[in-house]
Design a protein around this ligand. Sequence first.
Ligand code: TXA
Ligand code: MG
Length: 345
Amino acid sequence: METRSIHVNTPEAREDALREAVRTWREGGLVAVPTETVYGLAGDALNPMAVAAIFQAKQRPSFNPLIVHLPDPGWVERLTLPGAVSPVARRLMDEFWPGPLTFLFPADPVVPDLVRAGLPTVAVRYSGHPLFHDLIQAFGKPLAAPSANRFGRITPTTGKAALDELRGRIPLVIDDGPTDHGLESTIVRVTASKIEILRHGPVPREILSQYASVTEIQPALVETQPHAPGQLKSHYAPETPLQVVEPGQWPEAIEKCRAGLLAWNPPPAGHPFAQVELLSTKHDFREAAANLFRALRRLDQAGLDLLIAERLPRSGLGVAMNDRLQRAAIPGSPYDPDAIHTGQG
Ligand code: TXA
Ligand code: MG
């Protein structure tokens, strides 16, 4: 893929950037864009295919929840559950938005599972970068935007660095020079009476503590150990026991109970499954990732005894999907019939 970089140094270039970025997002494509903190890799947050493309471009071996950027603060009510925003959170928004402060709130189901990696919460942010603001306003919808680096690499704070990271992987980079902060936004979870800092950033603890008492969640929980058991629990896991198997190598147990199949390959005629969810008819990783959580939920709600998930090819997005399935699976295989109905809740 050819990557175009638009350097926004004239009014014409700015018009061009706005037009091309919006066109790309409407088509489900990705654009690297500046914010006041770092460059972000942005795509339509409400389009699971676009979100899958973000994970693909970043080459992460697991799904990490992404920050959802808002065109304006009014979107908070549309993306979160009623009552999610406490008075303290409201005051913080009034004070620090637009700006480098991100809030974690219980998510409305309209937020795709993939963008929150199956978590019940969504991270929202309203950036104050003038060009980013115009870009997202022109698009008119929320943008999911993690930092514009590939997995394990340094976060880009210039258009040049973003281009070096993602050249050949995305169609467009908007270059507006170096960012102001060069450090990712502060992430907080705000309850009725306290502020928990999940990631330190440009809005410091001392300032936040003027609004409510502040506690610090181990930053490790968010950044370095997304697989920590504490976090794992809050990830979506099916209630029905799930077993990951090599494609086509189904355990005998499926003959003795009502089993569902999360399939990468269509099963042959006469297969014994009560329900089958095919992740992608075209073996397309992006489509499969976009369908993954929805398919899992559907199987989980079908009143089955056992779910079988076919392991995906060990490349590209397949790696992140396998990671997700493994974490949803019952520990210990092979399948134990006594374990039916005693899977994790
Ligand atoms: O400044 C920033 O926040 C930049 C710019 C581009 O806006 N974005 C950014 O995104 O740093 P990212 O994806 O690199 O970092 C987001 C962090 C991740 O560590 C992720 O685990 C956490 O936020 N996060 C996002 N949604 C979450 C959720 N629902 N629950 C827990 N953690 C969440
Ligand atoms: Mg990052």
